[in-house]
Design a protein around this ligand. Structure first.
Ligand code: XMP
Ligand code: MG
Length: 180
């Protein structure tokens, strides 16, 4: 699997430091509150579990799953709810945990969904932000890394369902796409 990677963008150590920094920042911002932290499956699972353990506040955890990509490297443009959260967010403070924001469509959909349900506040924390990919206007409140417009895998992010378990974030060798 490691042989398929052209270059490492963020090492395990880089990611650990980003989680510590963002976790501390969120703890300060939410002092005295108990935010509901919602991980966006499946890409955010590793980021979510690492970052919440860097927070020194009470949190409640939940997960949501939506689809916008069809397993390839291009966004399909439509967002569909696949698995909903279990908690009632009415009047609650919510923080979404995302792996990466690209076109912004997923996040826009998610923010609107919970705003309609009466969440008191909705913030977004993402490991990576790809500002060049933006199609709809949406901003993250906490960002680990701003990434160039390349397709990245690892640490939760996949290509065709694979590479999520790479402990770092990297760029795939072009031959991997062309062989498909
Ligand atoms: P949008 O375009 O809605 O996309 O902001 C958000 C979701 O798209 C996936 N995505 C990627 N997945 N490498 C990936 O493995 C990438 O470079 C990439 N860019 C976007 C991801 O699931 C994200 O939650
Ligand atoms: Mg995702």
């Amino acid at each position: 699997m490691n042989n398929d990677i052209l270059k490492t963008l963020y090492s395990e150590e880089d990611i650990k430091q980003a989680c510590q920094k963002l976790g501390q920042q969120i703890s300060e911002d939410y002092k005295g509150k108990t935010p509901i932290v919602i991980g966006v499956l499946k890409g955010a699972i590793f980021f979510m579990t690492d970052i919440v353990r860097e927070m020194d506040i009470y949190t409640k955890l939940d997960f949501i799953d939506v689809s916008s990509y069809n397993g390839g490297t291009e966004s399909s443009g439509s967002v569909k709810l696949i698995k909903d959260i279990d908690v009632d967010v009415n009047g609650k403070d919510v923080i979404f945990m995302e792996d990466i924001i690209d076109t912004g469509r997923t996040l826009k959909y998610l923010k609107e969904l919970l705003a309609d349900r009466g969440a008191n506040s909705i913030k977004v924390c993402t490991l990576m932000d790809k500002p060049e990919g933006r199609v709809v206007e949406v901003k993250a409140d906490y960002v680990g890394f701003e990434v160039p417009n390349e397709f990245v895998v690892g640490y939760g992010l996949d290509y065709d369902g694979k590479y999520r378990n790479l402990p770092y974030v990297g760029v795939l060798k072009p031959k991997i796409y062309s062989d498909q």
